[in-house]
Design a protein around this ligand. Sequence first.
Ligand SMILES: [Zn+2]
Length: 184
Amino acid sequence: MTVAPDYLEPVEGWRLWKVVEQDRRSFLGSLFYGGTWNYLVPLSAACEHRRFSLRTPWRRRPSGHPAPEEGCTCGIHAAFDPSDVLPYLDRFAGHRPYCALGRVALWGDVVECQRGFRAQYAYPTRLYVLDFGQRSRSRFDLPPETVVQDLDSYEVPVEALAVGDDDLPEWLTGNGIRPDTVVP
Ligand SMILES: [Zn+2]
């Protein structure tokens, strides 16, 4: 693992997001933290970890370091290979009507890990709205055209793709989403 501060050009990786609704508009939402990615504003990483101290074991303190830190797991994560985010996609099918897969530009301090990056700043560069179909749409009734239109506010290319019952890695390849489309 190496820290490479100040990449001159952003690197790119793959991410998966929830599609969240706020005031009848769709946004990208982080999978594991409650954060929402705003339109036209780069996301800035913060360390969410809390330090444990033997002197005050009842209280966890903020980690106090900027993200990403080499010895931590903080930073905005992105994978080199889109197939590495697929295990998370499985969790969505049947539970959420949509999620978003896409590429992100990463810059500032960037830590390169075994299967991707952890970065200080990120912004999407390409989005695919993955539509899991009618069976799960009841909890979120925006039609896919509206979700695509909302996500257009990130001002990057957005495309809706219906996710069928195909094998997911094959489905990605069939839609032109391949590891070699990423240049780390
Ligand atoms: Zn941290």
